[in-house]
Write a protein that binds this ligand. Structure first.
Ligand code: OGA
Ligand code: MN
Length: 328
């Protein structure tokens, strides 16, 4: 048996290296001589059947215009980009994320019981550590709400204008477990028979944060919260202009589909999530301290894998970029 690496499906691409560079015309000559400044070249190592890529030797605090152009171009092809070895303040992280669009405010409102001030407003605390540096108590409300990150989802699909991208940065990681798995929803769409694609295309799903929390058995919302979390419509199939590709748009936040009875709708959603999360569509990211992972929420789902969260700390920070409009 060949040994399996932690990154599902990466095997056949392990030795493929792509260089993607945006070179101003006057630099052609330099490029031919092989002394192109490193700052204008991205070194990409595809992962997860090439729907994601690791990016080498980039300091995200110090991007040239050309390099940023190359990152954007890479990002329309690779829905998950991994930047190892970063050293970012919350401000640096927010600044990098803001290159892709306006940032969402962190959802502190729903965490009101144990709201923590560790974070600046546009950075979401994805950790099991409170503001005194202690691990969460088992009964913490934050803990109960974040348990739903273990379900397949895409960020903020429950908002009228959903998230375009998320950018998660690792400060403390557990020695084992606590990975993040990603599913390729463009690949999953392409793999469906054409008549199935045609059936799904016109469908409109209803997303609410309460749907995923309820799936995990948490139903303790105040009336104000319930009002703030009313379901929003999103297309089940989206076309991404920048990539020129269609994609499924799925999440455990879906509570129904317009024009379908509730059981049939949830049956369809569960079936599509099962289809899209087959091993062939998955990249599982094992975190190293200093990794920044940027993903496209329009065409991927993700979920946290378990770890012993009463034993080890895990401290990740997320900046979330808004899309420009509702998908309907
Ligand atoms: C998120 C999220 C998963 C994880 O930050 O949006 O879902 O592995 N995180 O922490
Ligand atoms: Mn998430």
């Amino acid at each position: 048996m060949p040994s399996r690496c932690a990154r599902d499906g990466a095997n056949s691409y392990q030795h493929l290296r792509l260089r993607l560079s945006i070179v101003p015309p006057w630099q052609d000559e330099i490029a031919e001589q092989g002394v192109l400044p490193r700052s204008n070249t991205l070194i990409l190592e595809p992962v997860g059947k090439a729907f994601g890529a690791e990016v080498a030797e980039v300091d995200l605090r110090d991007l040239t215009k050309e390099l940023l152009g190359a990152v954007r171009e890479a990002f329309s092809q690779y829905a998950v980009l991994v930047f190892p070895d970063q050293d970012l303040s919350q401000e640096d992280q927010a600044k990098f994320a803001a290159y892709f669009g306006p940032l969402e405010a962190a959802p502190s409102a729903i965490y009101q019981d144990d709201a923590r001030q560790r974070m600046q407003r546009d950075i979401t605390d994805v950790s099991n550590i409170d503001d005194d540096g202690q691990l969460w108590r088992p009964d913490s409300r934050v803990r109960q709400l974040q348990v739903a990150n273990k379900l397949w989802h895409t960020d903020s699909s429950f908002k009228h204008v959903p998230a375009l991208a998320s950018c998660l940065y690792a400060r403390v990681v557990p020695p084992v477990g606590g990975h993040t798995a990603f599913a390729d929803l463009r690949g999953a769409y392409d793999a469906l028979p054409t008549d199935r694609q045609a059936y799904l295309k016109p469908l409109i799903a209803r997303h609410t944060l309460m749907a995923s929390r309820r799936r995990m058995g948490f139903d303790d919302f105040t009336a104000d919260e319930a009002k703030a979390m009313q379901a929003v419509p999103q297309r089940l199939v989206r076309f991404l202009e920048d990539a020129g590709r269609e994609t499924l748009y799925l999440a455990s936040h879906i509570e129904g589909i317009d024009g379908m009875d509730a059981d049939a709708a949830m049956h369809l959603v569960d079936e599509l999530i099962a289809h899209a999360t087959q091993p062939v569509f998955i990249y599982r990211h094992r975190w190293r301290v200093g990794d920044l992972v940027l993903w496209d929420n329009r065409c991927t789902m993700h979920r946290a894998t378990p770890f012993d969260d009463m034993r080890w700390g895990r401290d990740l920070h997320r900046a979330t970029v808004s899309d420009v409009a509702n998908t309907v």
